[in-house]
Design a protein around this ligand. Structure first.
Ligand SMILES: [Zn+2]
Ligand SMILES: [Zn+2]
Length: 181
């Protein structure tokens, strides 16, 4: 493990959230889709299942996406802004079956606030360890999904949406076409 468990989960969840805002597809079209998303990423605590909550979560995405394109000083400004607005106060807590980890807002804070703060805390770790390069955009030419490279040798190139396979298939076809010409 490169970072603390909650840092890695926070980064993966933030990237997952950003990627629900596809260029031609809204992957959080309704409350049910948000329910599935938070189950996938293990979110517990307050969850209202309302359109207002859904709107707040969706609105967070473009702000988080900017982080993937920003330089260090801009990332710091965004992260500090998110923490300040949310009145973040880091506390070690234990809940469900998890070991002690840090929450910087209470579990009954709105979902979008908790998502923002968890992302910001995880990003703060990346800044402190000089590892912002681990935030990448998918290498597939048709994809602008964001990803977090948590591999040891920083070798991850593609997002989770099957782009690695797609790229391998195109490379295979290209080789085959070349060998037949
Ligand atoms: Zn927790
Ligand atoms: Zn991709």
């Amino acid at each position: 493990m490169l970072f603390a468990h909650d840092t890695e989960c926070g980064l993966v969840a933030a990237a997952g959230l950003v990627n629900t805002d596809g260029p031609d597809q809204e992957l959080l079209p309704d409350v049910a889709a948000l329910d599935r998303f938070i189950t996938t990423h293990g979110w517990t605590g307050r969850h209202e299942h309302t359109d207002a909550e859904l709107r707040e979560v969706r609105a967070l995405r473009s702000r988080l996406r900017r982080i993937w394109y920003a330089d260090t000083d801009e990332v710091v400004a965004i992260v500090n802004g998110l923490l300040r607005e949310s009145h973040a106060l880091p506390q070690l807590i234990r809940h469900d079956d998890e070991p002690y980890h840090v929450h910087a807002v209470p579990r009954d804070a709105p979902l979008a606030t908790r998502m923002a703060v968890e992302a910001a805390m995880a990003l703060a770790d990346l800044v402190r360890t000089g590892e912002l390069r681990r935030l990448r955009i998918c290498d597939h030419p048709d994809c602008d999904n964001v990803l977090v490279d948590l591999s040891k040798n920083r070798s991850r190139r593609f997002c989770d949406a099957g782009c690695g396979n797609r790229a391998a298939v195109s490379a295979y076809r290209a080789r085959k076409a070349a060998s037949h010409s």
